[in-house]
Design a protein around this ligand. Structure first.
Ligand SMILES: Cc1cc2nc3c(=O)[nH]c(=O)nc-3n(C[C@H](O)[C@H](O)[C@H](O)COP(=O)(O)OP(=O)(O)OC[C@H]3O[C@@H](n4cnc5c(N)ncnc54)[C@H](O)[C@@H]3O)c2cc1C
Length: 373
């Protein structure tokens, strides 16, 4: 009798949703499949809409346990805290160590928070990831919006697509209640969306200013004390809550694995999505670093990697050739501006309006629908 190969999928990220839903292919090839993640999958594509009140929490999350168990695998609700490669054991935050034969990591990323004196111990600081932070923030803000007391003052740090989208949707949340938050967006870059065409940055800044957003560009927050952010030019901005959207970097666990990695980019992988020196350890999505062809930390890349990861796990079991992942150079991203409009970016092209938002809604809905029970 042949022995079962234990495949452990760590993290319910985009690529692992696909592998979990199709775990039957791995089981048919002789494997036992476990998906291990602390909780639900929260979809970042709909996160800003969820913050802005367009979507409910249920719209924005999936139950990975249902997905894997329906496909014949098992789910463990826990967090990996260390990996023993020699013994092929995962050490978990709560449960007993878990053995593996093949391991795949889809751990996502964390916010690369700048150092701001006084912010470490402050309450009311909300990193944009994990996404469920944003749901907690929305609940708190909605209870303030429904009250007659003065509204909390808000700041978003980061002028990239995430910071701009989140600021737009904080405006949208208060607009739903017919009230206005005092919101500042602070960014070290000279313009919003610094990698987008200048005309797109200018259009977006004008639109957000018109809705009441205060935008401070080419500025860095240096201290935070008693509800006041001080910028590097001495300017002070009131902020009872601060959303950190200052870019994404690899999770800390990646640096502790004794495998080739970059502290920001992630665990080094080959085009076959396994580590260069151990083809029994795979990594995908934001926690992986494709050294020869690095890709940005965006969910769309995990989605594209998913079928290749599944194929290569099956190939490992059957001893057949691996497929290679080649990241696409251009990709469509559509920002939800919270007012029924979207801003679409495709290479150097951009367009904005209600049609862009309708397209985004359809793409996001179709993605989530694949994994609903
Ligand atoms: C507000 C916001 C909006 C965004 N919008 C978009 C967008 O519209 N389009 C886009 O392409 N990208 C977007 N991004 C970027 C996107 O969030 C990331 O690129 C994407 O989530 C990465 O997906 P992933 O599959 O690598 O991991 P994730 O989807 O983040 O999943 C990682 C999983 O690993 C689990 N995990 C983490 N550590 C452990 C551990 N130690 N043990 C076990 N499990 C663990 C987590 O709980 C989670 O389930 C956005 C980001 C933010 C913050």
């Amino acid at each position: 009798m042949t022995e079962t190969t234990h495949i452990v999928l760590v993290g319910a990220g985009h690529a692992h949703l696909h592998v979990a839903a199709n775990a039957g292919q791995l089981i048919d090839a002789g494997a036992g499949v476990t998906l291990l993640s602390p909780g639900n999958f929260w979809y970042s594509g709909m996160a800003s809409g969820m913050l802005g009140g367009e979507y409910s929490d249920d719209d924005d999350r999936l139950d990975p346990a249902a997905l894997i168990t329906q496909a014949g695998g098992r789910f463990i609700a826990d967090r990996v805290i260390a990996i023993d490669r020699e013994q092929r054991l995962l050490h978990l935050a709560k449960g007993d160590p878990l053995p593996f034969d093949l391991l795949s990591l889809n751990l996502g990323s964390r916010v690369d928070a700048p150092s701001i004196s006084g912010i470490e111990d402050a309450k009311g600081v909300w990193p944009a990831k994990p996404i469920d932070n944003l749901y907690q923030l929305r609940e708190l803000l909605e209870s303030a919006l429904g009250d007659s007391a003065p509204l909390p003052r808000l700041a978003v740090i980061g002028g990239g697509p995430t910071g701009a989208e989140l600021a737009a949707n904080l405006l949208a949340l208060s607009e739903r209640y017919g009230r206005k938050f005092d919101i500042s967006l602070i960014s070290a870059s000279k313009r919003l969306l610094e990698h987008a065409p200048r005309s797109a940055s200018a259009w977006l800044a004008k639109r957000l200013r018109r809705r009441g957003l205060r935008i401070e560009m080419a500025a860095s927050a240096v201290t935070y004390r008693q509800g006041m952010l001080t910028l590097d030019d001495g300017m002070q901005l009131p902020a009872d809550h601060i959303v950190m959207a200052t870019g994404l970097v690899a999770p800390l666990l990646i640096s502790e694995l004794d495998l080739e990695h970059h502290p920001h980019h992630g665990l080094a992988v080959t085009s076959a999505l396994h580590t260069p020196y151990d083809d029994r350890i795979f990594a995908v999505g934001d926690c992986a670093w494709l050294k020869d062809s690095p890709y940005p930390k965006l969910g769309v890349f995990g989605v594209r990697q998913a079928p290749i990861l599944l194929h290569n796990l099956v190939a490992h079991l059957k001893n057949t050739p691996f497929e290679a992942f080649q990241p696409q150079r251009r990709y469509l991203s559509i920002l939800n501006l919270g007012d029924g409009r979207g801003m679409a970016l495709w290479g150097r092209l951009w367009w904005a309006g209600r049609l862009a938002m309708r397209t985004k809604r359809r793409l996001d809905h179709d993605f989530m629908q694949q994994y609903r029970p």
